[in-house]
Design a protein around this ligand. Structure first.
Ligand code: PMP
Length: 453
């Protein structure tokens, strides 16, 4: 059953907000300028506030509720595990941790058969980089400008977007390069083939000038997410794999956002037939019901730490409640064919509808994506492709995107908005009817963006 919404209780909502403002310090925010929406509940692809407003969640929170909210099998698994064993140190062998590791290893490509668990994506990236540095004895790591890898020390420096800037002084050993992105090509390419070829040549040249013998790893999001859902051209990732092999560089694919069904496959790497040496995951592994992430490790890199200790660990690595929720999530996704649903709804309903919407709206410059992982690149002018708001716009300069987001919310749709883009990233469980409801609200809200073209 789809929830209509809980009975409105604005007084309770006001109390929740007042308590939040008193003591909660929020991420990425000027604390005095924010107005967090009090949330009363959530189910499936929806959540609702205390004022009787229900939102269809086209953001999946932070692109993590792949299985939707409050999936009964996952909730029950957490409750059962809580009654049995809430916590145990990472050094012990426990059934639920071994089973979670087995299920992840079974789904990841190639010989990525050993799983190091973390509490989320950034810690997964930190540990993948540490493993690569120790395995190669080299220090430098290359990452793409158009990327997001997390907010801990190394992960934020690997990240390409402006959130890196305040901590740039700590970026020793991190080198950025341009990945492929035909719509806003750094290489003046006109075709996907040219973009692929030139992006690989640029990477080769970056490596040559940095010194291949000093580079531990190249880290890439298989399909960059936060930076704009840019599906790489055919051959690019295979090309990077070949470059890494030739120079003895560890290839890390960050699947924190793209993994576990988002692209219509278990992993985005499955679309491209590429196996990295290390694969980072989080978010969809258990839809964020309990914090969990990890690194899937190749046999060769795992062997580095066979007779020599791995110098890294976390009190909550492989936490029983997190692992129980991951086992239940992966099993439910298989039983209910949720990855197949993401592929079907994405290719049959969302993709075609977005392309049709783009034709009618002057503000939609490009539609790109796969599965339930789509972006609309909003522009002032379709010919020049000038972004609807400038790069890293804030305050008044960002008004067109703020107006668009407000229009979505008035229409009962919770959008994902970043810079000049909106991403259509609903739960992998979304039904055709729900997708159509959200697409209709999006269509209407885009007239607010059109007004700025
Ligand atoms: N890598 C990627 C590709 C991500 O999208 C994110 C989160 N958006 C992270 C890493 C960081 O994950 P977390 O916020 O769980 O630390």
């Amino acid at each position: 059953t789809t929830p209509s919404s809980a009975a409105a209780d604005p007084a309770a909502g006001a109390a929740v907000k007042a308590a939040d403002r008193a003591h909660v310090f929020h991420s990425w925010s000027a604390q005095g300028l924010i107005d967090p929406l009090p949330i009363a509940g959530a189910e499936g692809a929806y959540f609702w506030d205390y004022d009787g407003n229900r939102y269809l969640d086209f953001s999946s929170q932070l692109v993590n509720t792949n299985i939707g909210h409050q999936h009964p099998k996952v909730v029950a698994a957490i409750q059962e595990q809580a009654a049995k064993l809430c916590t145990i140190a990472p050094g012990f062998a426990v059934d639920v941790r071994s089973e979670a590791a087995r299920l992840v290893a079974e789904r990841t490509p190639g010989d990525l058969d050993k799983i190091f668990f973390t509490n989320g994506g950034a810690e997964a990236v930190e540990n993948a980089v540490r493993m690569a540095r120790l395995h190669t004895g080299r220090a430098k790591v290359l990452s793409a400008y158009r990327s997001y890898h997390g907010a801990t020390a190394t992960a934020i420096n690997l990240t390409g977007d402006p959130r890196r800037w305040p901590s740039d002084t700590a970026s020793a050993g991190v080198i950025h390069f341009w990945g492929p992105f035909l719509y806003r090509s750094a290489f003046h390419a006109e075709t996907e083939e040219q973009e692929c070829e030139r992006a690989l040549a640029h990477l080769e040249q970056t490596i040559a000038f940095e010194g291949p013998q000093s580079i531990a790893a190249i880290i890439l999001e298989t399909v960059p997410g936060t930076a704009g859902i840019m599906v790489p051209p055919a051959g690019y990732l295979a090309g990077v794999r070949e470059i890494c092999d030739r120079h003895g560089i560890v290839f890390i694919l960050d699947e924190v956002m793209a993994g576990f069904g988002r692209t219509g496959q278990w992993f985005a790497a499955d679309h491209f037939g590429v196996t990295p040496d290390l694969l980072t995951f989080a978010k969809g592994v258990n839809s964020g019901y309990v914090p969990l992430g990890g690194v899937a490790i190749s046999a060769e890199i795992a062997a580095t730490f066979d007779q020599r200790p791995y110098p890294g660990g976390l009190t909550y690595s492989g936490h029983p409640l997190a692992c129980a929720s991951a086992v239940a999530t992966m099993n439910a996704m298989a039983e209910e064919r949720i990855v197949e649903n993401a592929a079907d709804i994405g290719e049959r309903v969302i993709g075609p509808a977005l392309r049709e919407i783009a034709e009618r709206h002057p503000s939609v410059g490009e539609v790109r994506g796969m599965g339930v992982f789509w972006a609309l690149d909003l522009v002032k002018n379709k010919e020049t492709r000038e972004p609807l708001v400038p790069y890293n716009a804030a305050g008044a300069a960002n008004a067109p995107m703020a107006e668009f987001a407000a229009a979505c919310k008035r229409g009962g749709l919770w959008p994902f908005v970043n810079m000049n883009r909106t991403h259509v990233v609903p739960a992998c469980t979304i039904t055709e009817a729900e997708a159509k409801e959200g697409l209709a609200a999006l269509d209407e809200a885009l007239t607010a963006a059109d007004a700025h073209t």
